[in-house]
Write a protein that binds this ligand. Structure first.
Ligand SMILES: CC(C)(COP(=O)(O)OP(=O)(O)OC[C@H]1O[C@@H](n2cnc3c(N)ncnc32)[C@H](O)[C@@H]1OP(=O)(O)O)[C@@H](O)C(=O)NCCC(=O)NCCS
Length: 194
């Protein structure tokens, strides 16, 4: 793993996971994002709105800029053999002041059920807690999103409560659980770090 850079450095981190890698997003990734985000199976338990190639290209540009601004760190999960994007994993709403961020991820359905996202999540959590001194990572998950809930619980996230009608998905306000993992849960204390 070579993701030692701090958030806000010029270059986002790169994580070598063997057959997979987490790498910075780049223009062109919107083609593969559009393939899976156009699949209702992927979006049905999320608040992801309908997308177009144009909106995704704009989102990729925003994500690249947001990393250098220090406000988010969203990475492409790609196959090492051909660098093709198969998903996304990283952090939204990164607060340097409060040392917390929101974990976010999604994976093309052809790759579900292989433990790929768990490996990706564990890599970014390790980096977030050990290299860039986050103290808390939280995730908001629709109460019907069984797969995502399973992943968070396998990664030792704790359910803190349920936010009623927290986000609107396809016109309907939906309930979301809030899950969180603290640095101390991963063996670190805030006071261990500067
Ligand atoms: C949420 C999502 C990423 C979970 O994907 P996933 O592949 O189920 O997640 P994991 O990486 O934890 O894999 C777990 C599955 O792989 C299996 N698996 C196979 N080999 C494994 C291994 N070596 N290690 C761990 N799990 C393994 C597990 O048994 C489990 O399968 P099961 O669900 O059939 O029991 C995916 O469903 C998705 O992209 N959903 C749509 C978008 C979304 O909801 N995003 C989250 C919004 S909060």
């Amino acid at each position: 793993m070579n993701g030692a850079a701090a958030l806000g450095d010029k270059n986002p981190p790169l994580f070598d996971l063997g057959d997979l890698r987490l790498r910075p997003l780049r223009l062109g990734d919107e083609l593969r994002l559009a393939e899976y985000l156009g699949d209702p199976l992927v979006t049905e338990h999320t608040s992801i709105p309908p997308v177009t190639l144009e909106s995704l290209a704009a989102a990729v540009r925003r994500d690249i800029a947001a990393y250098t601004e220090g406000t988010s760190c969203r990475l492409a999960l790609a196959r090492s053999e051909d660098d093709a994007l198969i998903g996304m994993c990283g952090f939204n709403s990164w607060s340097l002041v409060h040392r917390h961020a929101e974990l976010a991820y999604e994976l093309a359905p052809a790759y579900w059920g292989r433990g790929y996202m768990r490996r990706a999540v564990e890599a970014v959590l390790d980096w977030a807690f050990h290299s860039v001194a986050l103290n808390r990572v939280h995730a908001f998950v629709m109460t019907s999103n069984v797969r995502s809930i399973g992943l968070l619980e396998r990664c030792r996230f704790v359910r803190e409560g349920t936010l009623r009608q927290f986000r609107v998905a396809r016109g309907i306000p939906r309930d979301f659980h809030v899950y969180a993992l603290l640095a101390e849960d991963s063996g670190l204390n805030y006071s261990d770090r500067d």
